[in-house]
Write a protein that binds this ligand. Structure first.
Ligand code: ATP
Length: 412
């Protein structure tokens, strides 16, 4: 083992002094190496901390601007009604009144168009931005994404009504040449009326399926809006979308919600409903009878509908969808039991006879209930007794609900 270098004071010979100095230099060099390594480590830590700092600063800036955004007051949505010149425009706010307002310099004059929607500053009501012309999301929601799957085979009975609606809606869409040859205008729309659950919606969907038309389904009450002019705008956008998507069928269920007769004594709510009806009448007048847009209305209360809706030129065909008779009920039962596994003893004629006064929806429910009884008994097929039990249960439920309803009326 090499002898350790002595301290120069203890060293006796020059070799010992030399060895001592060489060892010291080697020790200091290795110390220096260690310190350099430490510096490198600290520098890389510093770099990491600096990038972290930049990242956090960016985050803080983003959050601050988000806070600013959240603090900014909302803009009012309005509609441009008239353009006086590029800096002065008449707008109607969604709350109703009209104002003459200035236009922000950031708004391009070409985008200013009567009817366009815009945002207004809360204080000055100056136009801040012209909104892109899109349909109301509610109108988009009315479009069924796929063409309905229901066909005429899914409808029991109603042969005469199917024929009438086919002539009025399907034929003008599939064979417009026939009408051109004879020289008549086909009906613009069809109104289906009758008690609830008799297949009005089903019929409209089957027509849309048969014509491969886009089906725009809305309910009258959906078109009644809280703010002035909003209902009318929805109707306008609904028909614009129907024209854009043509061939299409606009189906308005419960049309009585907007189409009830107008009376003299009116609240502001009634006036808004009336404005919506006027827009509907104008929209119906505005489209081509030979075009690809057809309107089907449905109501349970034809007695309260406004005469303007019923006059020829609007709903040209008014088709009654009555409660099914015994034969109709038999056909409906056949439709709804088509995919059921029935035992040989099932007598649908008798079930049809026993269900006097019931509509298609009731018959559908009875078939489903009979199926449920069969599942409960683990029979594997539905027998006649299941139908009778279902009928009985349905009758009891109906009477119970009826009693509750009448009690509700008494308590109210
Ligand atoms: P509402 O006036 O209450 O809107 P509606 O007349 O539009 O009722 P639908 O919605 O068409 O009635 O019918 C409800 C259900 O009843 C249908 O989904 C269908 O299962 C059944 N139904 C009604 N009528 C018939 C029918 N003629 N043939 C087969 N099924 C029917």
């Amino acid at each position: 083992m090499a002898e350790a270098a002595r301290h120069p004071d203890d060293a006796k010979t020059p070799e010992e002094v030399y060895r001592y100095l060489v060892d010291r230099v080697a020790g200091m060099e290795s110390q220096n190496q260690g310190l350099k390594e430490q510096i490198r480590q600290l520098e890389s830590d510093k770099r990491y901390i600096e990038t972290q700092k930049i990242r956090y600063e960016r985050e803080v800036r983003k959050l601050k601007s988000e806070i600013e955004h959240l603090k900014t007051p909302p803009l009012i949505v309005g509609t441009i009604t008239d353009i006086i010149d590029t800096s002065r425009v008449v707008v109607r706010s969604s709350a109703g009144p009209r104002f003459l307002v200035r236009v922000s310099q950031s708004v391009k004059p070409v985008t200013l168009k009567a009817g366009a929607r815009c945002t207004l500053n809360q204080q000055s009501l100056a136009i801040v931005e012209v909104l892109p012309s899109t349909y109301d999301s509610q109108v988009y929601g009315m479009e069924l994404v796929d063409t309905p799957t229901e066909t005429y085979e899914d409808i029991g009975g109603l042969e005469k009504q199917i024929m009438e609606i086919r002539e009025a809606v399907e034929l003008p869409m599939t064979r417009p040449d026939l009408f051109e040859k004879i020289g008549i205008n086909p009906p613009k729309g069809v109104l289906l009326y009758g008690p609830p659950g008799t297949g009005k919606t089903l019929l409209a969907k089957a027509v849309a399926h048969e014509t491969h038309a886009i089906f725009l389904h809305t309910v009258g009450s959906e078109l009644v809006q809280k703010y002035i002019g909003e209902g009318a705008r929805l109707v306008r956008e609904l028909f614009d979308l129907a024209k854009e998507k043509a061939p299409s069928i606009v189906f308005i269920d419960e049309i009585d919600a907007i189409g009830a007769s107008r009376t003299e004594a009116m609240t502001s709510g009634d006036r808004e409903v009336q404005r919506t009806l006027m827009q509907l009448l104008a929209a119906m007048d505005g489209f081509e009878p030979r075009g690809d847009v057809k309107i089907i209305g449905a109501t349970n209360r034809i007695d309260i509908l406004d005469a303007a809706l019923l006059r020829p030129g609007r709903f040209d065909r008014i088709i009654e969808i009555p409660l099914p008779d015994t034969e109709g009920r038999y056909s409906i039962l056949k439709v709804h039991t088509r995919s059921m596994t029935l035992s040989d003893d099932v007598d649908l004629v008798e079930i049809a006879r026993l269900t006097d006064g019931r509509n298609g929806a009731d018959l559908n429910a009875i078939c489903m209930e009979a199926g449920m009884f069969a599942i409960r008994k683990e029979h594997g097929q539905v027998c006649h007794e299941d139908f009778l039990t279902a009928l009985n249960k349905f009758r009891c439920d109906f009477e119970k609900n009826h009693k509750l309803m009448t009690a509700g009326v008494m308590f109210a």
